[in-house]
Design a protein around this ligand. Structure first.
Ligand SMILES: Cc1cc2nc3c(=O)[nH]c(=O)nc-3n(C[C@H](O)[C@H](O)[C@H](O)COP(=O)(O)OP(=O)(O)OC[C@H]3O[C@@H](n4cnc5c(N)ncnc54)[C@H](O)[C@@H]3O)c2cc1C
Length: 417
């Protein structure tokens, strides 16, 4: 089958790879001059298969006033005259129920486990160079109540097959000596040895190269899709800056742009960007002591990952509009928090800064699978977990398109679920 994949971020490239590997004739269209230059560019680098609990959870409700009023809160909400923002927020509030959060956690853990198996297989088969590390993750807590809640989540996730361990402050520092400055502030931490890290952009570029070289996928950068031409309930062509491109099937993986691409077809994707920031700071081993593990400082909701000679720092979840620009105040705050958590961890003065919009659904689950159009498929809306879940969701997509039983229940990720 001729398959046209729209969008060359990590999700589009993973989709193209798995579909090409099955024998489909794949063409991937990417508007930018290179792959992975939007949200997949400089994210937190975490392959955090076990940290998939949704943002929508009953515990966030008392925190909402802080998100509105505190400009330095890790999560910020700035209301706009934008019905898409309000519709997303209402759906988010509806998802803030314990029963929904538990079910979504179980579904995303399943997808995370599937993704991990696929990443391991790719690392074996494709010799991808993306600063990949199986270094484990340590999430540290300063607030005893938050740590107690994390231990309850650990107990729940243990019933679903996760292997994690709760540590006191001294054990956290023994495991990750770079945390020494926080010794007296920590309530404890949760260690997950099976978590991994890597450079999402390098992964995206390397996987696209493998798809093209080994399975004949055609990767076309600099081709912008402006719309989809349909006949009845079928899409017949992508209307692009390089003319109409016909195919037997179309897969939409255009990140946040998926929403406006599909609106003219009457499809409403429940997605909104959650803006976040990252720093990529150089590390001089003679002068700096960066963390060796992937670390999340839950107090600030900031993640840290070592990528070769650099330390990647990422954080902030800002619901501030569809076209948010980098806010220098947020970047300064992130830099200050990184310095406090890991003084001497990297050269933060020389850090490259970045801002991206996580393409998020209200319940944190991606949209994967069929649409009301017989040959139009979705793989988008991965929010804060696109790198982690890309290979799992691409596998589900390939199952669905082949019409064979999927590795997981596809209805959990369907549009209109
Ligand atoms: C601060 C931050 C930290 C993060 N940390 C992590 C992390 O540690 N781990 C993790 O798993 N995830 C993380 N994420 C989330 C992750 O980065 C995203 O979920 C993921 O990159 C989404 O990938 P995507 O392919 O769906 O979208 P994108 O990467 O945005 O790709 C969409 C592509 O489609 C192209 N496109 C759009 N419109 C068109 C068009 N009309 N025609 C052709 N091409 C088009 C775009 O140019 C783009 O390349 C983080 C995100 C942020 C912002």
């Amino acid at each position: 089958m001729r398959v046209c994949v729209l969008g060359g971020g990590v999700v589009g490239v993973a989709s193209a790879y798995f579909l090409a590997r099955e024998g489909h004739t794949v063409t991937l269209l990417e508007a930018r001059d290179g792959l992975g230059l939007e949200t997949s560019l400089a994210n937190g680098a975490q392959l955090s298969y076990s940290y998939v609990a949704p943002l929508a959870d009953p515990s966030v409700l008392p925190k909402l006033p802080g998100w509105l009023l505190d400009r330095d809160s890790a999560l910020r909400f700035v209301p706009r005259l934008d019905w898409q923002q309000w519709r997303w927020c209402l759906a988010f509030l509806r998802a803030c129920r314990g029963s929904v959060a538990r079910r979504v956690t179980a579904e995303l853990l399943g997808l995370g486990q599937l993704s991990r198996a696929r990443v391991h297989e790719l690392v074996e088969r494709e010799a991808l160079a993306f600063d990949y590390q199986r270094n484990g993750k340590l999430v540290v807590y300063r607030d005893p109540e938050a740590f107690a809640a994390a231990r309850r989540q650990l107990a729940y996730q243990a019933t679903l097959g996760s292997h994690q361990q709760a540590l006191d402050s001294a054990a956290c520092v023994a495991l990750e000596p770079a945390l020494a400055a926080l010794r007296d502030k920590l309530a404890g931490g949760i260690h997950t040895p099976s978590e991994e890290a890597g450079d999402c952009h390098a992964f995206t570029v390397g996987l696209a190269d493998a798809a093209a070289r080994r399975f004949g996928a055609r990767i076309r950068c600099g081709v912008r899709v402006d719309g989809l031409r349909r006949e009845g309930r079928r899409v017949v062509a992508a209307q692009t800056s390089a003319g109409d491109i016909e195919a037997d099937a179309f897969v939409v993986c255009a990140g946040m742009r998926s929403v406006s691409l599909l609106a003219p077809l009457g499809l409403r994707l429940p997605m909104y960007p959650l803006t976040g920031y990252s720093l990529t700071a150089p590390v001089d081993p003679a002068r700096h002591l960066p963390p060796a593990l992937s670390v999340t400082d839950l107090h600030y909701k900031v993640v840290y990952a070592r990528l070769g000679g650099q330390l990647r720092v990422a954080g902030m979840v800002d619901l501030v509009g569809r076209h948010a620009r980098a806010d220098q105040r947020r970047i300064a705050l992130l830099t200050q928090q990184a310095r406090e958590t890991f003084p001497g961890g990297a050269d933060f003065d020389a850090a490259a800064t970045w801002c991206g919009g996580r393409p998020a659904t209200p319940d944190s689950k991606p949209l994967v699978g069929a649409t009301p159009y017989s040959n139009l498929w979705l793989n988008t809306g991965h929010g804060a977990l696109g790198f982690t879940l890309a290979c799992g969701s691409a596998t589900l997509l390939a199952d669905a398109m082949a019409g064979r039983p999927a590795a997981l229940d596809l209805s959990a990720f369907a549009l209109g679920r």
